[in-house]
Write a protein that binds this ligand. Structure first.
Ligand code: ISE
Length: 337
């Protein structure tokens, strides 16, 4: 491809606006050519970060205008399929924020449509795979330098969540990240999922029972536990400790300037995923843009990965009501080899 990739960003909420700024200011070889959102005020405000960008209310109109070479989907998960369908029908490459879709039936419909094309066109935005520390942990597991991996222990804490966030979204919107990244690190798929409830946080919105403790067993025997808090108040924290035969490894610790002052010790930490994973998002988007421009279209998790995660999320959502729930196994079609 000769000129810059013209990206249409669908969804001008927190993630959409963040991606628009990223592409306009920090991504090489791409421009934001269209912003799509049914809320025109929001679309116009987000588009102001990328001067010269056209604003549309419907993705179909953006595609028909001819202004878009590739689509970045940043609307909530339940609205992904209606954007994926016209994008695939127009044979456009897509970077789709997680989850691919909220359930495996709709994810399978997307796979079937994609398989009518000559090769995978969808990359799914599991950005943790582009985080340098997660990659280092994966390399450590593969090297066997610390012996075999035995356990993965994680915390995933949000200061608060929007009103649209429901109980099932603890799995489909939040733990979905661990459901993708832990098998990627451990080199093994998820066999079962269980959810335990500790004492409820009285500061959580009434509709949410949290925190939750999610316990996953992988096929290779590795045990994973993740504490998910949606209303942790103090800030945003995603951290992992991996237990090996000959040592432990930690990622996600606060880094940067440490200060001892006025009788206290402080290190700046995050209050949002947009800063905690800023570098990972930057790398993800740059690699996707490069892949589209060189014709490979996908460089990272694809729609098949999104489908496998959707199957595990279904088990996770059932586990919210109790029991140890088996995850349905799936055989990958050659199309995604
Ligand atoms: C949000 O949608 C994200 O994807 C964040 O990475 C996650 O930490 C948060 O819990 C989700 O609500």
């Amino acid at each position: 491809m000769g000129g810059d990739l013209r990206v249409g960003v669908v969804g001008a909420g927190i993630m959409g606006a963040d991606h628009i700024a990223r592409i306009a200011k920090r991504t090489s070889g791409a421009v934001v050519s269209a912003v799509v959102d049914s809320d025109q005020g929001r679309a116009t405000a987000a588009a102001a970060q990328a001067p010269g960008t056209a604003v549309f209310a419907r993705v179909e109109d953006a595609i028909e205008s001819g202004a878009v070479d590739a689509v970045l989907i940043a609307v909530p998960g339940q609205f992904h399929e209606p954007v994926l369908v016209p994008a695939l029908e127009a044979r456009l490459p897509v970077l789709c924020e997680k989850p691919l879709t909220p359930d495996s039936t709709s994810a399978m419909r997307v796979l079937e449509l994609e398989q009518k094309l000559d090769r995978p066109h969808i990359q799914v935005g599991f950005m943790r795979r582009f985080d340098a520390e997660y990659s280092a942990l994966r390399d450590l597991v593969a090297s066997q330098d610390a012996g075999a991996l035995l356990m993965v222990r994680g915390v995933h804490r949000n200061p608060s969540v929007p009103e649209s966030y429901m109980q099932s979204m603890m799995i489909t919107d939040s733990v979905v990240h661990e459901i993708d990244v832990v098998p990627w690190i451990a080199g093994s798929t998820i066999k079962t999922i269980e959810v335990k409830y500790p004492r409820r946080n009285s500061l959580a919105p009434e509709r949410l029972r949290e925190p939750i403790l999610v316990i996953m067993e992988l096929e290779n025997g590795v045990l994973v536990d993740v504490e998910l808090s949606a209303s942790a108040q103090f800030g945003y924290q995603v951290a992992t400790e991996a237990v090996f035969e000959r040592g432990i490894a930690r990622i996600g610790q606060p880094a940067g300037l440490q200060q001892w002052r006025a009788g206290s010790f402080t290190v700046r930490d995050h209050d949002s995923y947009t800063t905690r994973f800023a570098a990972a998002y930057d790398t993800q988007v740059q690699r996707w843009v490069d892949a589209v421009r060189n014709g490979s279209l996908v460089d990272g998790p694809n729609a098949w990965d999104g489908y496998v995660v959707a199957l595990a999320c279904e088990a996770g959502v059932r586990a919210l009501d109790g029991g140890v729930i088996p995850v349905e196994a799936a055989i990958r079609p050659d199309f995604y080899a």
